[in-house]
Write a new protein. Structure first.
Length: 84
């Protein structure tokens, strides 16, 4: 996720995307993106506490279609990303 923070796609804390990240160009970038989406999804409950109630649900609603769009599997660990 930090890779995307450094490029302006979301704040370092709380973890959330503020705009859609670029489409991955290869498998390594796809793994990076899916893993970042996993991190944001797992941390979405923090948003309800830090920003406002309901913000976690908004973050998950943003993340879930992107996971599917880029071939992630929400039933697998790390949504199917390599995790390295």
């Amino acid at each position: 996720y930090q890779w995307y923070v450094n490029r302006g796609y979301g704040p370092a804390y709380p973890p959330m995307f503020t705009k859609e990240p670029p489409a991955p160009r290869n498998e390594e970038e796809r793994d990076r993106l899916v893993l970042a989406l996993y991190d944001v999804h797992v941390c979405s409950e923090i948003l309800d506490q830090v920003i406002a109630p309901g913000e976690g649900a908004k973050s998950r609603a943003f993340v879930e279609p992107l996971v599917k769009k880029y071939g992630g599997d929400m039933t697998k660990p790390y949504f199917g990303a390599n995790g390295d």
